[in-house]
Ligand binder design. Structure first.
Ligand code: 5GP
Length: 113
């Protein structure tokens, strides 16, 4: 199913892209919840973590590693950051193309709302 994120991958709608390789894309969230709020997504269309298959293990690992590498390249590793994958209704997922939120630049509260 086509989502707003597949349109960003296809460059059909604009986004501020901060990272790209063959497997994934990182771009700034249009409605940032922290001074740094970037979404890392697989280019492969996967609806949510609830639909991830065993064959996707390497892809998911790749995305997490690239998110961490980007945070480090921005000097965010020492102060810290949060990676979040909202999943389905109770998880607060609104776009059904798997994405990892990277939030940083301020102390983040716990537990989340
Ligand atoms: P979710 O609630 O599904 O975990 O997160 C979806 C995120 O996508 C939200 O933080 C929302 O602000 C962001 N978002 C929705 N539409 C767009 C868009 O067109 N461009 C960008 N860059 N972010 C979007």
């Amino acid at each position: 199913m086509s989502t707003i994120f597949s349109k960003i991958i296809a460059r059909e709608i604009p986004a501020t892209i901060v990272y790209e390789d063959d497997l994934c894309l990182g771009f700034r969230d249009v409605n940032p919840q922290a001074p740094q709020h970037v979404l890392f997504i697989p280019k492969k269309s996967i609806r949510s973590m609830a639909e991830v298959e065993k064959e996707d293990a390497q892809l998911i690992g790749h995305i997490l590693l690239k998110a961490a590498a980007w945070a480090k390249s921005e000097g965010l590793d020492e102060s810290g950051y949060r990676l979040v994958i909202n999943t389905n209704r109770d998880g607060g997922q609104t776009v059904f193309h798997l994405h990892v939120h990277l939030l940083a630049g301020r102390p983040l509260l716990w537990p989340p709302g």
